[in-house]
Write a protein that binds this ligand. Structure first.
Ligand SMILES: [Cu+2]
Length: 137
């Protein structure tokens, strides 16, 4: 006897009441992950940061410019072999007092939560060629 059914919806192994909730759960997981991507952001101080050449290679703070949303917690990881700071402000005018990690050791992290929109410049007080910006939208 010939099977006359060619339609997916009527002959599918998975009926609609199984497929729809499954897709809904996938969608929720996807949205939750994208929101989380904005809320949690990391900057890495690379092994090249102690040399002024890092400016050309974007490897002092990586990424040197980070865009995120208000309320985001940004974490800097010192992935280099030496000490550094993450100090708000710039090498010309000095610290502006918004945040300051003080000296962080190799392997340590520093976190700051940005509650207000704006452009936040920061630098390393030990290696003044190391500069970065957090853009909070
Ligand atoms: Cu440094």
């Amino acid at each position: 006897m010939k099977n006359s059914c060619n339609s997916c919806s009527s002959c599918s192994k998975f009926p609609l009441w199984v497929v729809v909730p499954f897709l809904a759960i996938l969608a929720i997981i996807f949205v939750a992950n994208s929101v989380n991507a904005y809320a949690e952001t990391q900057v890495t101080i690379t092994v090249y940061a102690s040399s002024p050449n890092c400016v050309d290679n974007e490897t002092c703070y990586s990424p040197s410019e980070l865009t995120t949303l208000a309320g985001s917690n940004v974490t800097w990881l010192n992935d280099s072999a030496t000490i550094h700071t993450i100090t708000s402000g710039n090498p010309l005018d000095g610290p502006d007092g918004t945040f300051d990690s003080s000296i962080i050791m190799s392997g340590d992290t520093f976190s700051h939560t940005f509650t207000e929109a704006g452009n936040y410049q920061y630098y390393c007080t030990i290696h003044p060629w190391m500069t970065g910006t957090v853009i909070v939208g």
